[in-house]
Design a protein. Structure first.
Length: 120
């Protein structure tokens, strides 16, 4: 089958251009790319280390963790209830939704706590 348009030439027109303006342009492009896409900042090169300030002890038993989570969610539920009484309008509905999510989380943790078999 006959092609209507011919294939383009296989030479690189930019590679053969060695005029002073082309050299300056290529150097400027290299500087710009090095500036914006240069090596990663030092913070990205450091390996991630976990913060041990608020880490849960790996030796803590599951039952103890669930009890703590249940108490924390219960406290959050009470605090949200207090704040809901002080707020009116659309913010109140948002806080009620958050309180419901906290209560559902508390119910799930309590159910998991009921299913835990004590190890002692």
């Amino acid at each position: 089958m006959f092609k209507i348009t011919p294939n383009p030439p296989e030479i690189d027109p930019i590679a053969g251009d060695e005029s002073p303006d082309a050299k300056k342009f290529n150097e400027a492009v290299d500087r710009a790319l090095s500036h914006y896409l240069g090596p990663a900042p030092e913070i990205m090169l450091t390996p991630y280390q976990t913060n041990t300030m608020f880490i849960a002890n790996p030796k803590t038993k599951t039952e103890e963790l669930l009890v703590n989570a249940s108490e924390s969610l219960g406290s959050a539920s009470v605090m949200l209830g207090d704040v809901i009484g002080l707020v009116h309008g659309p913010a109140r509905k948002t806080l009620q939704g958050i309180a419901q999510v906290v209560m559902l989380g508390e119910l799930a943790v309590n159910r998991a706590l009921d299913n835990v078999v004590p190890t002692e």
